[in-house]
Write a new protein. Sequence first.
Length: 113
Amino acid sequence: MQAPIAPSSDALFNAVVYTNGQPVAQPVTDAQWGALVSHARNLATAARQVGEAAPAADGEGRADWTRWAVEMAAASEAATRAAEARDVNALLESGGRLYATCAGCHKRFLPED
Ligand code: HEC
């Protein structure tokens, strides 16, 4: 898969961490928030490239692929807005939404281990 996807998504998934209801990690500095904006933008770009790389197969497979890629782009854009607004809750929420697109598309298209 495209190179920036894993590091950028890891950065977003790890940006806000709660343990037993207590925040143990969240962005604080300008540099941290700025990096998250960049990561989220990279993911939105990558999602559009993933969308264009839909499998040649037509019909249902292609439609499912496009649906997941579009949702990945939308979640990345939500994460971009959250990071721009420095909104920790929105960042957490968009991260969960983003993760669901990775998992959903992989479940549909990656062979079972
Ligand atoms: C539209 C479908 C789709 C979406 C959305 C998607 N992936 Fe994937 N991903 C794939 C497919 C298909 C492969 C296997 C083929 C390949 O490596 O190009 C893959 C492979 C990978 C791999 C390589 C390791 C492996 O198991 O083969 C990583 C890492 C990965 N994806 C991360 C992510 C992350 C993180 C997200 C969400 C931010 C994501 N992907 C979203 C379809 C998708």
